[in-house]
Design a protein. Structure first.
Length: 293
């Protein structure tokens, strides 16, 4: 038999095996569309129907794949952040926010400083989070309502990198506000400043994975205060810490040292500390809100 004849015979056999009737009188069809994954038929004759078929599980938007915390169609977005899922009622969120579905993740790690230890599992209910950091324009609305304090202007002597002033970019992240002002703003909106755990869970695979915009600020305020009770602040502002390794360092306290999260570092090395009533340059924030009333 000539080589070319053997090739054509093999191609024909493959066609019958994958596209032919497979002896059932019905053609084989790959389970790779919404319709074929919901028709109750074993279209590819592999003994599995609809959502029991592996191929259907790879399609975002069917078979509960919108709520499995996975990027099933490998387009860089998971669950409600994927356009195939975004219109589901369960994915609807207040204007400017996205929903973070309930789930668990591994928080902390064993490398870097003891700030990040010990690694442990955290489970969170569903919640909403701002798609982007609060803008200058957003914050000015709160000032106009006589609720939010005026930020440090970029024209102020020694102000450093600030975004508010006589001619601000209204789309830029508001910076040079205090942690207290961030809390006031979120409460004015009927929301709250995100906790550190909420911030980590929403961003731990990257901002876009959950539908968040990449932030313009280098760091963001979070709700938690952090472990001044495990150390003390030197006159020059540096902290000397003795951090426990039993997980209690993650608990909130009533101290005035608050936490910021770096948007440029990985989740194991992205915590910093600020005094809550001092304006902070290069630090923005976003708000969170519970899904339950």
């Amino acid at each position: 038999m000539r080589t070319i004849d053997a090739v054509w015979m093999l191609a024909g056999a493959l066609f019958v095996a994958t596209c032919g009737d497979s002896g059932t009188g019905e053609p084989r069809l790959p389970e790779n569309t919404f319709e074929l994954c919901a028709d109750g038929l074993d279209n590819d004759h592999n003994g599995r129907t609809d959502c029991d078929d592996y191929e259907c599980g790879r399609i975002e938007g069917v078979c509960d794949t919108c709520f499995d915390n996975r990027d099933n169609d490998a387009n860089g977005r998971a669950d409600c952040a994927d356009s195939a899922c975004a219109n589901l009622p369960e994915c609807q969120a207040p204007d400017g926010m996205v929903i973070i579905r309930a789930g668990s993740y591994e928080r902390g790690c064993s490398k870097y400083s003891s700030e990040a230890t010990p690694k442990h599992t955290v489970t969170l209910p569903s919640y909403y989070v701002d798609r982007r950091t609060v803008s200058v324009g957003d914050y000015i609305h709160c000032m106009d309502a006589s609720v939010c304090a005026t930020p440090v202007s970029y024209e102020a002597p020694g102000a450093g990198v600030c975004t508010y002033g006589p001619h601000p970019d209204l789309e830029d992240s508001i910076e040079c506000v205090t942690w207290e002002a961030a809390v006031e703003y979120c409460e004015w909106r009927g929301a709250r400043l995100c906790s550190e755990t909420e911030w980590d869970y929403a961003t731990f695979r990257g901002f876009q994975f959950k539908g968040l915009e990449t932030p313009k600020s280098w760091s963001e305020f979070v709700q938690d205060s952090w472990i001044l009770k495990y150390g003390f602040e030197h006159p020059d502002g540096t902290l000397e810490l003795d951090v426990p390794t039993d997980g209690t360092a993650y608990e909130e306290t009533d101290d005035v040292i608050r936490t910021t999260k770096s948007t440029l570092s990985d989740a194991c090395n992205n915590r910093d500390f600020v005094v809550q009533d001092e304006p902070q340059g290069l630090v923005g924030f976003r708000c969170c809100k519970s899904t339950e009333p």
